[in-house]
Design a protein. Structure first.
Lengths: 112, 111
């Protein structure tokens, strides 16, 4: 049971670099989302998708892009990394009609 | 607007102590309520849930009752173990499918 798989687990970037955080799920879930977790802030929604070809912004979308070309994959792109984007990023998915979310193990990102 | 407020941590207890982590919410309509747990180095996983007033969710010895009159969903366990050390998140899901998390409560259990 793979569930939600995130890669990489750790990443260090320099300010201004770009990168893509990968997220894949094998449960055929329509809904996928990206969160960031910062100390004392809980989880904040970055972007989400209700199905292939459909994405929308969450609470903190600035500096991030997403696309959803397949049901399985939902990559998160940082176009020009900034130190404020140092965080732990979680991808989650859930099936239609169900409100429980299934989370990946996270990507710990440091931007120097 | 919709929000979740949970007690600040860290909470430190001795093994076999009684645990309560308070959670209150503000929401329009009839939200579903959840407790998620995050063990070190891992993602969040569902601990328990309740979908309507007076429902009691339970799992692994943890319980929480959906109290609409006090807008609360407090997490309890009668006898904690060292392996319960983790961060606990209260969350609600609204009728428009938005999910809102509390800020999390870190729990340390001492042997």
């Amino acid at each position: 049971n793979a569930g939600v798989t995130q890669t990489p687990k750790f990443q260090v970037l320099k300010t201004g670099q770009s990168m893509t955080l990968q997220c894949a799920q094998d449960m055929n879930h329509e809904y996928m989302s990206w969160y960031r977790q910062d100390p004392g802030m809980g989880l904040r929604l970055i972007h989400y998708s209700v199905g292939a070809g459909i994405t929308d912004q969450g609470e903190v979308p600035n500096g991030y892009n997403v696309s959803r070309s397949t049901t399985e994959d939902f990559p998160l792109r940082l176009l020009s990394a900034a130190p404020s984007q140092t965080s732990v990023y979680f991808c989650a998915s859930r099936p239609p009609g169900e409100r429980v979310q299934y989370f990946g193990a996270g990507t710990r990102l440091s931007v120097l | 607007g919709n929000s979740v407020t949970q007690m600040e941590g860290p909470v430190t207890l001795s093994e076999e102590a009684f645990l309560t982590i308070n959670c209150t919410y503000t929401a329009t309509g009839y939200p579903s309520l959840f407790w998620y747990v995050q063990y070190p180095g891992e993602g969040l996983q569902l601990l328990l849930k309740a979908t309507k007033a007076d429902d009691k969710g339970s799992n692994k010895g943890f319980e929480a009752t959906y109290r609409k009159e006090t807008t609360s969903f407090h997490l309890e366990k009668g006898s904690v173990q060292v392996s319960d050390s983790a961060v606990y998140f209260c969350a609600l899901s609204t009728s428009d499918d938005k999910i809102i998390f509390g800020k999390g409560t870190r729990l340390h259990i001492l042997p």
